[in-house]
Design a protein around this ligand. Structure first.
Ligand SMILES: CC(C)(COP(=O)(O)OP(=O)(O)OC[C@H]1O[C@@H](n2cnc3c(N)ncnc32)[C@H](O)[C@@H]1OP(=O)(O)O)[C@@H](O)C(=O)NCCC(=O)NCCS
Length: 305
């Protein structure tokens, strides 16, 4: 089924603090050459700000870019797994920080790990379809450096902090979604106090599920790759993306990557990448976003931005 809506603006926020591979060499037994060749990551960001502050800054970026009347916003959904407290949700705190406490707003967080933004966007878009809401603010904001063990070289090299946002209104532009999950009790990828992961098993999961997900959403909607301007995948590992480019016979410029600068920012990675892409490409484009993550969760959407 396709939803009718309109993406009004996109935004992002990356904190100023940078962790280089050379910084990590001082913390764990690793080196720049290994990290670049195995992951494609050169730097990632480290926030002094909170998850809320980053969500707010990314939201204000989208609001300012469109000179948007934020009082119209009546639905706020934040995808995150790194909220510093269990409640209130980041979405509730964001409502207050945006000065929307006097308005009737439905605000809540979504936890679907690195697929969180794709899930949150489908929830928002389907609620907008009811025409009960006028304007949805959908955000992915993550402070991964809070849940990464900087003595564990298997994980600390991968993750970074940041936030991305999107404002969506009811409209007449079609978007389609495919979101899916499988309850996993094998502890291949989980967050207790820190992220714990069997890297090679997660890698295998990713290279298997991403092409299947792309093919499914295209097939279900009678589309082909020729109908898509660019694919924006979750930024987890450059090698994962390269293997998909090879398997699906894609041209390199069809797939957008920024993992070299930001690492894996979990639920923030897709909206950050969309916002960066939109800054460079002002005319309307058809994009396919695809994510995967803990849960396991995975999903894709085809959008016009
Ligand atoms: C984590 C990941 C980069 C590891 O790369 P890999 O090629 O699978 O490497 P392996 O885990 O097989 O380790 C290979 C060797 O490098 C070593 N190694 C692991 N991390 C290292 C590091 N940071 N620096 C140097 N060596 C490291 C391992 O100990 C192993 O050594 P050994 O051969 O002597 O046993 C990769 O598996 C990955 O990206 N997985 C997906 C993770 C992911 O996307 N998670 C988030 C999902 S949303």
């Amino acid at each position: 089924m396709s939803y009718k809506s309109k993406i009004v603006s996109t935004g992002k926020y990356l904190p100023e603090g940078v962790i280089t591979n050379f910084d990590l060499e001082k913390l764990v037994d690793t080196n720049d050459e290994w990290i670049v060749s195995r992951t494609g990551i050169n730097t990632r960001r480290k926030a002094l700000e909170s998850v809320l502050d980053m969500a707010y800054n990314a939201s204000m970026d989208a609001i300012k870019k469109a000179e948007y009347d934020k009082d119209k916003i009546d639905l706020i959904i934040v995808a995150t797994i790194t909220n510093e407290i269990k409640s209130p949700s980041i979405a509730n705190l964001l409502q207050a920080k945006l000065g929307l406490n006097d308005k009737q707003v439905m605000a809540f967080d979504v936890n679907a790990a690195c697929t969180g933004f794709v899930y949150a966007l489908e929830v928002a878009t389907s609620l907008l379809q009811s025409w009960k809401f006028k304007s949805a603010l959908v955000v992915g904001s993550e402070k991964m450096t809070n849940i990464v063990d900087f003595t564990d070289r298997n994980t600390c090299i991968l993750f970074g902090d940041g936030a991305g946002s999107m404002i969506v209104e009811p409209g007449d532009i079609d978007s389609v979604f495919y979101n899916d999950s499988k309850g996993d009790n094998t502890k291949i990828l989980e967050v207790d106090k820190y992220v714990k992961m069997n890297g090679p098993r997660v890698y295998q999961f990713a290279v298997d599920i991403i092409p299947k997900t792309i093919n499914k959403i295209l097939r279900d909607n009678n589309l082909t790759l020729d109908d898509i301007d660019v694919i924006i995948p979750h930024q987890a590992n450059k090698r994962i993306v390269e293997s998909i480019i090879k398997e699906m016979n894609l041209s390199d410029d069809k797939v957008i990557l920024n993992i070299d600068r930001y690492g894996n920012t979990s639920a923030a990675s897709i909206p950050i990448t969309i916002a960066e892409y939109k800054e460079e490409n002002k005319d309307l484009k058809t994009i396919l976003i695809v994510g995967f993550g803990g849960g396991f969760t995975w999903g894709a959407a085809i959008l016009k931005i």
